[in-house]
Design a protein around this ligand. Structure first.
Ligand SMILES: Nc1ncnc2c1ncn2[C@@H]1O[C@H](COP(=O)(O)OP(=O)(O)OP(=O)(O)O)[C@@H](O)[C@H]1O
Ligand SMILES: [Mg+2]
Length: 334
């Protein structure tokens, strides 16, 4: 691999650009050279001024490539087994009343609380692996340790898949172009099959179908949400999944959750929906910007969940009928 041109390296292993970035090496314009030739082009003065250690850079590149390949090929649970939240303070500056909160793989935690209480903020703290440097003062540990900066700040963070509350597409791309870009950056082996699957799953979640050549800017709110859910579920191997409200867009939220929550993931989900809140093993209650309580779903609640699901399917049925332009009758509520 070391005799490959930079161009070929970038093509075969796109993540190698992280290595160049981390080492502040600007390879643009030198793509036809090997990495070693590239390092040779610096003058002695430049090597000194920029503190470039040629030997080390050459020796580290294959190690980096191997580690990244292992990393990407590894099952997520082997990589991350726990996420820990250390307390900060609420909106009034009052310290949060818990010592530490650890979530392990294969657990789903819901986050509940009034509008504006700070649910999305908590997800953002986790996404950025806050280190007392956000408005809440919280810190996040991964596997009981402060996460590596390369995880915190790398442009394509592989640790966390975030499904955010609001998303607006601003780029002028078709659904296919958009997914193609994503598949490329995720080193997908068979992008066409994967893209077709994402579109199929997204259309199963959304109402009216969209196509490969639909511009992303013309998708409805629910359709773009469905697209992002399918994209996150199918393309991302991230061990931590953060979901900010999947219920709002009129998509099938239980199907969506099923798609997103694969085994050995750590899932945190902000929600206003009692069904989703109770599907979780535990729920974090947020008040005034702080974690107020952490509650384990009780046995009684689990039984009530079944009741709630029955009520919910009645509501869903009514929604479907009205959406399709039908009349609702008493029989529909039985
Ligand atoms: N501990 C805190 N200290 C200071 N500001 C906070 C804190 N927690 C949350 N905030 C701020 O409060 C505002 C509302 O929080 P957030 O958007 O997270 O609410 P939410 O619970 O997600 O509401 P919604 O249900 O409407 O989505 C944000 O600007 C957020 O940054
Ligand atoms: Mg929110």
């Amino acid at each position: 691999m070391m005799d490959w041109s930079i161009q070929r390296l970038l093509k075969e292993s796109p993540f190698v650009s992280d290595y160049f970035e981390q080492n502040k090496l600007d390879v643009s314009g030198y793509e036809s050279m090997t990495f070693s030739q590239f390092l040779d082009h610096f003058s002695i003065q430049e090597l000194e001024d920029q503190a470039i250690d040629k030997e080390r850079l050459l020796a580290d590149l294959p190690v980096f490539l191997r580690q990244m390949q292992e990393f990407l090929g590894m099952s997520p649970s082997a990589l991350v087994h726990s996420l820990t939240i250390l307390p900060g303070h609420d909106k009034s500056g009052k310290p949060e009343g818990f010592e530490r909160l650890t979530v392990n793989t294969s657990q789903i935690i819901s986050i509940v609380g009034p509008t504006g209480s700070g649910k999305s903020r908590l997800l953002a703290d986790i996404e950025w692996a806050a280190q007392a440097d956000t408005p809440t003062g919280r810190s996040i540990l991964i596997n009981e340790e402060v996460p590596d900066n390369k995880w915190r700040f790398s442009s394509n963070n592989k640790l966390v898949a975030q499904l955010s509350q609001n998303m607006n597409f601003v780029m002028d791309l078709t659904v296919q172009d958009f997914l193609q870009l994503h598949a490329q950056s995720r080193l997908c082996e068979d992008p066409d099959t994967v893209i077709a699957r994402i579109i199929e799953e997204a259309n199963r979640l959304a109402g009216e179908q969209f196509q490969m050549d639909t511009p992303v800017t013309s998708l409805s709110g629910g359709q773009s949400r469905a697209l992002m859910i399918a994209d996150t579920a199918i393309l991302s191997a991230s061990p931590i999944v953060l979901i900010d409200e999947i219920e709002n867009a009129g998509i099938d939220r239980k199907k969506a959750l099923k798609l997103l929550v694969a085994e050995d993931k750590i899932v945190l989900m902000a929600t206003h929906d009692p069904l989703l809140a109770l599907i979780a093993d535990q729920r974090i209650v947020i008040q005034n910007g702080g974690i107020h309580k952490v509650i384990s779903t009780s046995e009684e609640e689990k039984q009530l969940l079944e009741e709630l699901e029955k009520m919910d399917s009645v509501i869903q049925g009514a929604r479907q009928k009205l959406r399709n332009g039908n009349f609702l009758s008493t029989a529909d509520l039985a």
